[in-house]
Each structure stands twice: as structure tokens, then as C-alpha cells.
Design a protein around this ligand. Structure first.
Ligand code: 13P
Ligand code: SF4
Length: 302
């Protein structure tokens, strides 16, 4: 293991490469990562970097986003099968049909979507800035794809805004029920429950805090509490237990695992960086249109 870590670090220097890792990745990947965080943070890093190669330890849409906003860089996805079940729920044709049903409405697209879908939207958002992005449109009605849960949670937080959502979701977060939260409240009284907004809106409504993976991690960092119930993928809890060994973290369900996020290994990162395999490429028209959508979000989010 040490050997692999060293070899990756040496190659990074040699090739002027950086590694971006999402907080759901296998935790050992943090040993070689330059930046670890949520989707928004990682896209900001992809935009800012002057590295020549970006290795994305995450899922396909994240690497595609990095390539979209940093077209001159080589972007590698170490395991090319690392997809996102939610992003796969809408393709270009479904997107076009959805827009036809509701013509002339501003369209917000969650970053968990393909470049083709983004190319048909006005502005992108992530789980950490969705509220701010929808608000920034100043419109009474907006279309939101693909995450119905996030879209409806945003609607519940904004007065006078109707959010018309596409019927997509993250199966891992969507699985959590109101009963799961009520049970956790009973079993862990006086414990803050921190929830990712990809959960159903009625589940999010019961949280003490609702936010992105980084939002949840920062909440713990800034709190003097010693115990938390965490309602998102297990990778967040693994990192919290590592960083706060004296605090207790209860993962809402043992099966909160995103299999795609766990596909990437150190061995694959090494191979991909050494041989520069699994490079992300994009058709230039699609890239330019989806870049507009992402860059507009990044401007609102600074
Ligand atoms: P974050 O915005 O918290 O990174 O969420 C991305 C994601 O895929 C959660 O399932
Ligand atoms: Fe996609 Fe859900 Fe995995 Fe996030 S946790 S990458 S939304 S499948």
C-alpha cells in the first residue's frame, strides 16, 4: 500500500497532476488526494487548477464536469464504470421532452447529470447551493432536473416559487423514510440529525441540518456536540470517525453505500495516471453549452 501511495505521489509531481476526491470515496484515497470534498468544492478546484492532468476519484458526471470547465486539461476517471444512478435517469431525449411539456421556463440542472442534459439547461446547481441558485433566477416557476427530492426540498424553503421537478432520484438517499428518522430520534434523544437533501423532502424536513456532504462535515466541525446521526453515504461517516475519534457518529442505515463511488481503488488511480487511461472527452458543441450552465453556477456561488 505504502508503495502504491508513494508511486502515485511521485507520478503526480512528474506529470503535474492533481487528484480530486469526493467524500464518498474509499477513505484510503485521501492519502493521495490533493482536495477532498463535495461536488461544488471539487468543481471549483477543477476550474482553478493549473495542473496538466486531473485525476477524478469520483463518478462520471464529476469528471465530465471537470473536463467541461477545464477543456485544456487531461481529465482521467480511474474506473470508467463509476456512474451515478441518478444521472442515468435522464438522457438528452427525456430532457427535451420534459422541456417541451413546460415551455419557456428557466431550467435548473443538478450537477448529477450528463453534459448533454446540462447543455439544455440554463444553470447548474449542487446540493450545497441549490437554494441560492433557484433564488438567483427570480422566477415564480422553474424546472428542475433530475432530482425530484432536492427540487421539492428547495421549493419547501422558498416562498412563492414553484419548482417543477423531473422524476429522478438517488436510490441510496431515496430509501430513507420518515419512520427511519423518527426511530433514530427515539433511539438517540438529544442528538442532532444531519441530512443530505437528496433524501425525500419529508425526510429532510425532520433534520436539524440539511446540506451537502461538506456542509454536514462542516456542521460537525463547528459544533460542540459529541454525537450525531448522519443521513448520507457511509464515506462521510468514515471521514468523520477518522477526524473526530472522540465523537460518536450513527449512520442512519448500514446499507448507505454508493457502489459506484466505491469502485475506484488506489491501484486503478496508479494505473490510470501512469498510462493516462480513461480520458474524458466531449463533443465541443455540447461542452460549450454545458460549460455556460456550470460557469453561471460558479459565478453565483463565489
Ligand atoms: P454533494 O453535493 O454533497 O457532493 O453530493 C453529491 C452526491 O452525489 C450525493 O449523492
Ligand atoms: Fe449518484 Fe446517489 Fe451515488 Fe450520489 S450517492 S453518486 S447521487 S448514486
Amino acid at each position: 500500500m505504502k508503495n502504491i501511495v508513494e508511486r502515485i505521489k511521485n507520478l503526480k509531481q512528474e506529470k503535474k497532476a492533481i487528484i480530486l476526491a469526493h467524500s464518498y470515496q474509499n477513505i484510503e484515497i485521501d492519502e493521495v488526494a490533493d482536495y477532498v470534498g463535495d461536488s461544488l468544492y471539487l468543481s471549483q478546484k477543477a476550474q482553478e487548477t493549473d495542473a496538466e492532468i486531473i485525476v477524478f476519484a469520483g463518478v462520471y458526471f464529476m469528471a465530465q464536469t471537470a473536463k467541461t470547465i477545464s477543456p485544456d486539461k487531461k481529465v482521467l476517471l480511474p474506473n470508467i464504470n463509476a456512474g451515478c444512478l441518478m444521472a442515468d435517469m435522464i438522457d438528452l431525449h427525456q430532457m427535451e421532452d420534459f422541456k417541451k411539456q413546460y415551455p419557456n421556463l428557466p431550467t435548473v440542472c443538478y450537477i448529477n447529470s450528463t453534459a448533454e442534459v446540462k447543455s439544455k439547461c440554463d444553470i447548474c446547481c449542487t446540493s450545497s447551493n441549490a437554494l441560492k441558485i433557484v433564488q438567483s433566477l427570480n422566477a415564480p416557476k422553474v424546472l428542475f432536473v433530475p432530482d425530484a427530492n432536492l427540487g421539492k426540498w428547495v421549493e419547501s424553503k422558498l416562498e412563492g416559487v414553484e419548482v417543477i421537478t423531473y422524476d429522478g432520484h438517488c436510490p441510496i438517499h431515496n430509501n430513507i423514510t420518515v419512520d427511519d428518522i423518527l426511530k433514530a430520534r427515539k433511539e438517540h434523544p438529544d442528538t442532532k440529525i444531519l441530512i443530505h437533501p437528496e433524501c425525500k423532502p419529508e425526510v429532510s424536513a425532520l433534520g436539524d441540518y440539511v446540506g451537502s456532504t461538506s456542509g454536514i462535515i462542516n456542521y460537525v466541525k463547528n459544533s460542540s456536540d459529541n454525537k450525531f446521526v448522519i443521513v448520507t453515504e457511509k464515506g462521510v461517516v468514515d471521514r468523520l470517525r477518522r477526524d473526530y475519534p472522540h465523537k460518536e457518529f450513527v449512520l442512519i442505515q448500514d446499507n448507505m453505500l454508493c457502489e459506484s463511488m466505491k469502485l475506484t481503488t488506489l491501484e486503478e488511480i496508479l494505473y490510470s495516471l501512469e498510462h493516462e487511461t480513461n480520458e474524458i472527452t466531449l463533443d465541443e458543441t455540447t461542452r460549450k453549452l454545458s460549460a455556460k450552465c456550470i460557469e453561471r453556477m460558479l459565478k453565483v456561488s463565489v
